[in-house]
Every structure is written in C-alpha cells, then in structure tokens.
Ligand binder design. Structure first.
Ligand code: SF4
Ligand code: ZN
Length: 274
C-alpha cells in the first residue's frame, strides 16, 4: 500500500510532466491528510519544496491544523510560510460568509474559501519566486468537482480541472499541479494513518455544501458495486478536456492579478463585504 501510492504519484508526475527537479515548488498545506501526504512524498522524492499554510481562522479546526503542520514541517526540515486570510480580506472565512449572507448573497463557505485560497496561493507563490504550486486534490475531489459542474450546468468551469489546473502559460500565473490526482481519498487516508502523520481526520466544520455531500455519498455508493466509478469519471474528463477551452487570461483592473473577467473574484468578494 505504501509503495503503491508513492508509485502512483511518481507516475502521475512523469506522465503529465507536472514537476521537474529544477522546479521551485510551493506546497499548499492545510494540515489535512492530503496535503500532508503530498508534502511528505515530494520531500522523499527529492523535490525542492517549501510549504505554505493559510490560516482561515476556522476556530479550533484551524488551530489544530496549524499546530500539526508546524510540527510536521519542522520534523521534515521543510521551510513553512504562514499567511493569514485576514491580511487580505480583514475577516475569517466564517465571518465573510455571515456578512455576505446577511446582505442576501448566498455564497457557500467553500466557494468563498476556494476563491480566497486560489488568490493567496498564486500571489504568494509569485512573491516567493516559485515555478510550481502543488495542491492536495485527490481523485474523489476531482470526480466530485467534474460531476458538480456537469449537473449544475457550468461545464466550462471544468476547464480549471485536471492534473495541471487552468491557465499555465502566463507570466502572472504560477502553474498549479495535483500529483495526487489518481489517488483515492480512501487510500490517502489509509497511507496517512499507516505513516502516523499528525493529522486531524474530522471534517472542516464549514463544509456544509449539501449538494456536494449528497454527490459524494452517491459516488461512494456506486463504487461499492463498481470500484472504478470515480476513476472512469476523471478518465472521461481527461479525454474530453482537450476540447474544453479556457476563457483566456486577462488582468484584474483593481489588483492586477490574473483573472478571466474584468475584476477578479477576490476583489469582487472584498467589495461585496463592504
Ligand atoms: Fe475551506 Fe470548505 Fe475546505 Fe473548509 S471545507 S477549508 S471552508 S474549502
Ligand atoms: Zn483583483
């Protein structure tokens, strides 16, 4: 099992040319099982990595994760950078959600959190002179994302998915890659437990998207009958992705960061909070 997941990561990196030994890599670390696992494996494989933890201020959950990732990075000898979501927006994720909801904007915590994290990660990776940004997305995440976009009628958003995410050839955009793309949540959890990584296995208390939870339950159920359901979904996606076009990249009129509209989602969010 241990060798299996490490082999899968190596194969994914090689097949999709995700990373090279010359890359300066920033690993987005939440302190959870996925990012802790990929941090460990990339370090073991000899890649030049540093880690970034974004403090989302999700109460006790963020505190435990922060403590764990500090301990783990120090044990591995990997440099850890820390940044607070409040530096960029002035608020925690939960507070942003309640302010937006009180103004009639029904954005869910994960949508807010996703936009904020994407923005901060790209900005920090550039600031630190990194050439690649690694995230801990796994096979389950990607199959759910693909199905959610499909069922909600926003197929074009699938252009952002895949082992290499979104736009990769822009000077202001650090390419995001997902070496755990073909590893299931189940095998990562087993590996993380086997390796005794310091990780909290409880779900984030803000992850209350009922549709995603429903979809996850359905896919898990289907896999009891056919263990390759999620893999089949992402293989289908990879085949079709060739035909999906990114909207192209422009720069936000307010902050100058890359985005596909006139104003980036982070600046729109900050404006909506005022
Ligand atoms: Fe953010 Fe949602 Fe993940 Fe919690 S579950 S850390 S709110 S994206
Ligand atoms: Zn902006």
């Amino acid at each position: 099992m241990k060798a299996n997941i490490e082999k899968k990561v190596e194969e994914t990196i090689r097949k999709y040319k995700l990373l090279s030994k010359e890359d300066k890599i920033l690993v987005a670390c939440s302190g959870g099982k996925d990012s802790t696992t990929i941090l460990y494996i990339l370090n073991k494989l000899g890649y030049g990595i540093e880690a970034l933890f974004i403090d989302l201020f999700i109460g006790e959950h963020s505190e435990k994760n922060k403590k764990n990732i500090r301990k783990f990075c120090s044990k591995l000898g990997v440099k850890l950078h820390e940044v607070s979501v409040k530096e960029f927006t002035g608020y925690s994720i939960c507070y942003m959600k309640s302010v937006l909801n009180s103004k009639g904007n029904k954005m869910k915590s994960c949508a807010i959190c996703g936009s904020v994290k994407r923005y901060i990660l790209n900005k920090y990776a550039k600031k630190l002179g990194k050439t690649k940004l690694v995230t801990g997305h796994n096979l389950d995440d990607e199959a759910q994302n693909f199905m959610m976009n499909l069922l909600k009628g926003r197929v074009s958003m699938n252009a952002r998915l895949g082992p290499k995410a979104g736009v990769v050839n822009d000077k202001k955009f650090v390419a995001r890659v997902k070496p755990l793309y073909f590893c299931s949540e189940k095998e990562i959890k087993e590996y993380s437990k086997f390796m005794k990584f310091p990780v909290v296995y409880e779900h984030c208390p803000c992850s209350v998207d009922a549709f995603r939870r429903f979809l996850k339950g359905q896919l898990d159920e289907l896999e009891k009958e056919n263990p390759t359901v999620k893999l089949n979904i992402i293989n289908y996606f990879i085949e079709k992705k060739l035909k999906l076009k990114n909207k192209g990249v422009g720069y936000c009129e307010k902050c100058g960061e890359p985005c596909s509209d006139k104003i980036c989602s982070m600046c729109r969010l900050v404006k909506a909070l005022r």
